[in-house]
Design a protein around this ligand. Structure first.
Ligand code: SF4
Length: 221
């Protein structure tokens, strides 16, 4: 049963369509369904060169493609330019999550989203990144606004996808769709730090490609 009924969404300021950056299927599932229900035209823009290793990247991307195809949503598969990501992350290898490395990481993804929007006739961008309760929404919105500010024609939609039950529905949809359940944010440093934490708790290291959401899971998951 759904946590709550969605309100009908409207794009701000008369925009007619949206370019939605997506980080993964679990985070974008609720956003995509909310947009579909509100009959808002949109396309998914998948640009996440932070995700490491390539095996994990492909699993996350393929899950997102599977869900987009199910709903006939255009899916734009952008570069996996990891060299650029690592170049920009240089010197930030030991920064904590939510710190300056993450600001760089969001900046990079929004910059590419805004560029694609500019070159392809979109005037509004947003992202599924902010729906996760692990993320700092202000940090993400600041990055989105900064990227859009490079183009007078482009605006960033800072809609709070978590509110009005969005965060709960994100989990419900992930279970219903049995999405792959990633166990770390994405980059090699988050994989390293999550594994260190797990080992300090006496847990095994992350095994890529093995964990999926399901209705049999506890609500905690
Ligand atoms: S922890 Fe996540 S947001 Fe931060 S740099 Fe790594 S992949 Fe990007």
């Amino acid at each position: 049963m759904s946590a709550s009924v969605r309100a009908k969404l409207q794009l701000p300021d008369g925009h007619q369509q949206l370019l939605l950056h997506s980080c993964c299927a679990p985070c974008s599932g609720e956003v995509m369904e909310a947009l579909l229900e509100s009959e808002i035209p949109f396309a998914i823009f998948f640009y996440n060169p932070n995700i490491h290793p390539v095996k994990e990247y492909l699993i996350r991307k393929d899950e997102n493609i599977r869900f987009a195809e199910k709903h006939n949503i255009p899916f734009i598969d952008c570069d996996y330019d990891t060299d650029n990501w690592f170049a920009r992350a240089k010197g930030m290898e030991n920064e904590p999550e939510r710190g300056i490395r993450c600001t760089m990481c969001f900046d990079m993804r929004f910059e590419r989203t805004a560029l694609y929007a500019y070159e392809n006739g979109y005037s509004l961008i947003s992202s599924s990144l902010g729906i996760s309760r692990w993320k700092n929404m202000k940090q993400i919105n600041d990055c989105g606004l900064r990227a859009a500010a490079h183009y007078p024609e482009i605006s960033y939609w800072d809609y709070n996808w978590r509110k009005a039950g969005g965060a709960s529905r994100m989990i419900e949809i992930s279970k219903r769709e049995e999405f792959y359940q990633q166990e770390y944010c994405g980059c090699v440093y988050s994989l390293r730090d999550t594994n260190r934490w797990r080992m300090s708790q006496g847990r095994d290291r992350i095994r890529l490609g093995e964990k999926f959401y399901s209705n049999a899971m506890d609500e905690e998951d």
